[in-house]
Structures are given as C-alpha cells and as structure tokens.
Design a protein around this ligand. Structure first.
Ligand code: ADP
Ligand code: ADP
Ligand code: MG
Length: 673
C-alpha cells in the first residue's frame, strides 16, 4: 500500500479522499489555487502545495504543476477525484511516465469511454443494449438529418465529448433539426473543443439508473448494484438513491451483468459507473416491461458514490487505493450484498427559482446536522462537505458545497431522515437549494417513487416559489427574537432573562417588514398586565416566547411554533418545521446612523446582485440622488447618496453578486468635516 498520495482536487471530494487515507495511515498532499489558500481540503491534508491562480486552467487543470508537486513531496500516487483531470487519459499517462500511480483506470480505458459516440460503437460490438441512434464518424449535416428522420422524433442530439448535462438538444420535429444541430455543435465546440455529435431516440419519461462497477489488475470485475439518479435538473443529478425503487432482483442482475460486460470490454480497472437510461413503457409499477440502454461510462469515482457505500457498508475509496496498489478486489460478486435504503441530496449554492442560477458569496452561517464520519449510523446523516463557515463560494468552481447522505431500513425511513437533516441545515449568506430539496422529497411523485427525469418539471407547482411559512408568523418570529435579544442584552444574567419583556420602555412599537416584495407592518403593544400584544396583517394576539434549544418556542395568539431566526444585515432567515422564509426588517433609523458613521463608504444592506450604477467615477452627486440599484429577494433596492460629493470609484460591475456589507462604491463628500 502507498504511504503518501497526492489529491489532485478540491472541495468535498478532496476532503472525502483524505478521510479514508487518514484512516488507512496514508499521508496526504493537497494542491490548491489562490482562491483556496484557506480551504478546508488544505486543512484536511498533511501537506499542501500551491499550484496557481483561481481559474481551474491556472491550477487544478495544470498537470505539469501537479506532477511536480507529487514528485517534490514524495507522493507515490495521485487521486484525481471527479471532474478536473479525472477523465483525462493524457494526464493518466503523464502520471505513469513520471513514475506515479494514477488512482483510476488505465489511459486506454479512459480513452475508449471518453467519447460517447466511440464508446457506443464499442458497446454495440460487446452486445450491450443501446438507445436506437446514429453514432458514426460522418458528421455531414444532411446525413445527420436523414438519420434523425429515420430514428423518428423526438430525437436527442448529444455532444460526443459532452459531460455535466451540457451540449444536448431535444428536437421535436424534422424541420427544427438543422437549427438545433448548429446550436448544439456551437456549444460543443465552445465547451469541449470538439463539435462531433451523435443523434439518438429521445426516451420519454425515462429513469436514469446506473451501475457501480469495480475492476482490478488480476482480471476481477464486480458490480456494486445500482443507483437511481432520475431526479435531475438541466440533465444534472439532484437526488440519488439506492436501491432503485421498484427494480426487481432479476433486472438488477441483468443490468449488473451488462455493466460488467461493458467494463470488461475496455479492460477496466478501478471504480467506474455505467449509466443506463431505462424506458418504463408499462409505467412505474411494471418493472417487467422496463428496457435499459447503455448511455455512457464515467471512468472515475462519482459524486453519488456514498449512496453505494451506505447500502453495501464498503469504503469505495479504500477499494480504489487497494486496486491501484495492485491488490485484488476485497470481495467477489457473490460476497456482496445490499442492506436498507440510502439517499443523497446535493446541497448547492444556487437559486432554484431562477433556473438554478449559481450563487456566490460568503457563508455567513454554515451549520449542517451533526454527522458521522463515514458510514451513516441509524439516525445521524453522513455529511460530506468541503467548506466551512466564513468561506467564500467563488464563481470559479462547482456550486455544490456539500452532500447529505442518509440510510434507513426502508425508503420511507430514509426519506424522513433526509427531511430532518435538511430541516436542521442552516446556511446564511447566499442562496441554496436546501428548501427546494425539502419540497422535492415531499412532492407526491418523489414520495411515491414515481420517478423519471421529468419529475421536477412535472411537480413544478409543488417545488417553486412556494411560501410554506405564513408571512404573519415570520414577522412575529422576528419581533419575538428582537425582544429576546434586547432582553438578553439588557439583563445579561441568564436566570433573569425569561421573566420579563420590558427591556424597552415604549408602550407601543412599530416594525416594518417586507415579505416577497410586500410591506408587512407589525404593531406591538405592551399590555397592562405585563405582556405583549402583536398585530401583523389580519393576525393579532398575545405574543409569548420561551427559549428552546437553539431557537424559541413562539406563541402568537392561537399559534404555537418552534422558530429560529438568523440575521444577516436587514435580512432575516426564519426557520420553522414547515420550512424557511426570508424577510426583510426595515430599520430607517439604523440606516441613518450607518451612513453617518461610515461616511464615504456605501455598502450593500443585504446580499444581492448589482443591477446597475446610475453614476460613473468622477460624477458630482447631490444628497439623496440614486447611485446604484441592487437586486435582492426578487426586489430592486436603490442606494442613494448620503451627502453631496463626487463619486471616487465604483467597486463592482452590473451583474456582480455582492455579499452583505460589501462596499459598492466610494464617494468623496464635498463637505467632509
Ligand atoms: P452527461 O455526460 O452530460 O452526463 P449523459 O449521456 O449521461 O450525459 O446524459 C445526461 C442525462 O440526459 C441523462 O441522465 C438523462 O436524464 C438525459 N438523457 C440522456 N440520453 C437520453 C435519451 N436518449 N433520452 C432521454 N433522456 C436522455
Ligand atoms: P446562551 O449563551 O445563554 O445560551 P444564546 O445567545 O445562545 O445564549 O441564546 C439563548 C436562547 O435564546 C437560546 O437557547 C434560544 O432559545 C434563543 N435564541 C438564540 N438565538 C436565537 C435565534 N437565532 N433565533 C431564535 N431564538 C434564539
Ligand atoms: Mg452522464
């Protein structure tokens, strides 16, 4: 076995590989870019080498730097993780040439599976079932059109070199084919430097079911069952589970055998995944009618591998290391078995309500549920994360920040555990898909395992822009939290805290909230018998509150709810069991104070996007004049000049994401005292 390896990756997968290496007493070397100097994967390894600038082409894709780092540190092997160089046969070859073991398949196997069209020709010869289609070398548009007409519409045009759901076009009618082909080729050329495409039948309402395979250098090859990754957005996976709901042992065995056949056809070594698209002509409950077709093989460890680890009890990174060190596979096919049900949710920095637009910013608060190190125990989830509170999520890398993996005896149990884990997740500072994931698992289709790749589109009304928490309740929660904070500040003795609310002497106070762009004033009155009465919209009643764990037990009239409020500037994240809602607490007085103390600095009152600047550097402005427009929570906010002056410098450009408190522009005040 190796004594030291270099991990040529970042984020959660680099941390995850390091964890197994540590368990096996193998030393680890991290590599990092400028943006990742303080990243968690650097801390997770024994040594770290800086390899260049933040953009991947300046660091994580520079193999000469990575190989030099391995040689300088005495690492014997290189683990590529996923993405970056993991499926680059030239890098695998360069490692070998430098005397390093590449922890992955031989370069020839990567090459054989690298292009979708070529790999399909190979699979056809090996007798693996394929989606009806054309995957030849001749790329004459007229020929491709004829092939599409022959296959019958709808067809899918796919970039042969594609990946990550990019470079695909569904074409419904013959007359639309030529335009779709041209646009697909353009995208393929831009993204992958290769405009070759294949055309195949577009399967309606399919499942994505993939088989984990493993080969060794002694001729061994096994499959570690399947994962169902049908829940996708933009052809990218959102939730993954195993076993595939509804699959029969007979179908699993047939798919497993086909996957092993595929791997053997390219003399596969190490961890790989054979992806199949599954047609369900008789519906979700008729697996006897399901037909599976080879889609592609991913010649690396996949993001969703923990799901397989959870049902098999195995550590796939340990298997990778053993195989790379020349050992035989630890188990044979008949010794493998699966237990219970596992689900993984990918937590991404993105805005689901805006076509899943990636989000950037600082993780002001980052609390994931208490996790187990490797195998999920019966109750706690496994959390694979690559970031820490305070880290910046930059636009340079993937938007996935963490994965939650749960296990249960049954699917329903695993689902309930996943929901609890998501409900306990607190991420403040940028937008994430956490609430969206909760909506997906609660949707009728997912809950009842009516799975296909169109699930998210079909369940739209359950998934997007749904307010699960009443605005009245959210406002009441923040009023209560504010009172609680004031009370705690006025009376630091914890024993004295719960017995009174009257930190402030006012008899009546007004709070101004905004929820989804609508104003929600809240009126609070101190009652004669020493309590508080609150009115928000049509709701009114007595307000009472008691600390409970990390949150508050809120009573508002007839309502009784557990809430937790997290603040970020004027933004409030109000968490209840039903979900999270964001509201804005408007405080005109506080704003006046800010502009005075921070003369000349104009900062963003909340995280958002710069829509436009109304001024340029050098412009003279008058007090109150609009300087910039910021968009946050689907609303536009204007930033006005606090005093007369001259604009010294704009610090962002329109379209930039800014975090709460970020300085937007500099103003030279004319009468700065
Ligand atoms: P990538 O390399 O981007 O992962 P894949 O070939 O694996 O590309 O396809 C990605 C996704 O696109 C699949 O998981 C599936 O949802 C969808 N897809 C691919 N091929 C077909 C097809 N022939 N019919 C319907 N959907 C397909
Ligand atoms: P202590 O150190 O005394 O525990 P904390 O600041 O942690 O003080 O909070 C005390 C109580 O206040 C907590 O137990 C909780 O009930 C309530 N609390 C604290 N922060 C929040 C919050 N963000 N939202 C709602 N309630 C909170
Ligand atoms: Mg794929």
């Amino acid at each position: 076995m190796f004594s030291k390896i270099l991990i040529a990756n970042r984020g959660e997968i680099a941390c995850r590989v390091a964890a197994t290496a540590r368990r096996l007493a193998i030393k680890t070397v991290a590599v990092y870019s400028d943006a990742d100097a303080g990243a968690q994967h650097v801390a997770a390894c024994d040594q770290a080498i800086h390899i260049g600038g933040s953009a991947p082409r300046d660091s994580y894709l520079r193999w000469e730097k990575i190989i030099a780092a391995a040689q300088a540190t005495g690492a014997q092997a290189v683990h590529p993780g996923y993405g970056f160089l993991s499926e680059n046969d030239e890098f695998a070859q360069a490692c070998a040439d430098a005397g390093l073991v590449f922890i992955g398949p031989p370069p020839a196997a990567i090459r054989a599976m690298g292009l979708k069209a070529q790999s399909k020709q190979l699979m056809e010869r090996a007798g693996v079932p394929l989606v009806p289609g054309y995957h030849g070398a001749d790329q004459d548009p007229a020929l491709l059109q004829r092939e599409a007409d022959r296959i019958g519409y709808p067809v899918l045009i796919k970039a042969s070199a594609g990946g990550g759901g990019k470079g695909m076009r569904v074409v419904e009618r013959s007359q639309d084919f030529a335009a779709a082909l041209a646009s697909c080729q353009r995208e393929a050329q831009n993204s992958f430097g290769d405009d070759a495409v294949l055309v195949e039948k577009y399967v309606q309402r399919p499942r994505h079911i993939e088989i984990q395979v493993f080969g060794d250098t002694h001729g061994g090859c096994v499959y570690l069952f399947e994962r169902d990754c049908s829940v996708q957005r933009r052809h990218q996976k959102v939730l993954e589970e195993a076993p595939a709901p509804g699959i029969t042992p007979e179908l699993r065995a047939r798919m497993g055998a086909a996957a092993v056949e595929a791997a053997r056809a390219v003399n596969y070594v190490g961890a790989g995944t054979v992806e199949f698209i599954v047609e369900q002509p008789g519906g979700y409950d008729a697996p006897q009618d399901w037909r599976f077709y080879f889609m592609e093989m991913n010649t690396r460890l996949q993001v969703e591998h923990p799901v397989t680890e959870a049902i098999t009890g195995l550590d796939l990174v340990e298997w990778q290391l053993r195989v790379a060190a020349g050992q035989a596979l630890p188990l044979r096919q008949h010794e493998l078995s699966l237990r219970g049900h596992a689900i993984e949710a990918r937590i991404c920095a993105e805005t689901p309500d805006r076509q899943f637009l990636p989000a950037t910013g600082r993780l002001a608060l980052y609390q994931l549920p208490e996790s187990v190190a490797f195998q999920p125990d019966p109750v706690r989830p496994r959390v694979d994360s690559g970031v820490r509170q305070g880290d910046d999520i930059s636009p340079h890398y993937d938007s996935m920040v963490a994965k939650l993996i749960v296990h249960g005896d049954t699917r329903d149990q695993a689902l309930a555990r996943l929901d609890a884990a998501l409900a306990a997740t607190r991420i403040v500072g940028l937008s994430t898909n956490v609430q969206f994931l909760r909506h997906v698992i609660a949707s009728p289709s997912f809950a009842q395992a009516r799975l296909d790749t169109a699930l998210i589109a079909r369940e739209q009304q359950h998934l997007f822009e749904q307010q699960r928490v009443a605005p009245e309740l959210a406002c009441a929660a923040d009023v209560a939290h504010t009172l609680w904070l004031e009370q705690a500040a006025a009376q630091p003795d914890p024993l004295g805290r719960a017995d009174g609310w009257r930190a402030h002497a006012e008899l009546q106070r007004r709070f101004d909230y905004e929820v989804a762009g609508v104003a929600w004033p809240a009126l609070l009155r101190y009652t004669r018998d020493g309590g508080w009465h609150l009115q928000v919209g049509a709701w009114s009643g007595l307000l009472a509150v008691l600390p409970q764990g990390a949150g508050l037990d809120l009573r508002f009239g007839e309502h009784r709810v557990r809430v937790q409020v997290e603040r970020q500037g004027e933004l409030r994240h109000v968490y209840t069991d039903a979900g999270m809602v964001q509201i804005l607490a408007r405080d005109p007085l506080a704003h006046a104070a800010e502009t005075q103390t921070e003369a000349g600095r104009l900062t963003a009152p909340m995280p958002g996007k710069v829509v436009s600047f109304a001024v340029q550097a050098g412009d003279a402005v008058r007090r109150g004049q609009v300087l910039a427009v910021l968009e946050a929570m689907k609303m536009e906010h204007t930033i006005a000049a606090p005093a007369d002056g001259v604009v010294a410098e704009l610090l962002f450009a329109p379209g930039d994401q800014v975090s709460d408190g970020a300085e937007l522009l500099r103003l030279q005040e004319s009468d700065a005292a």
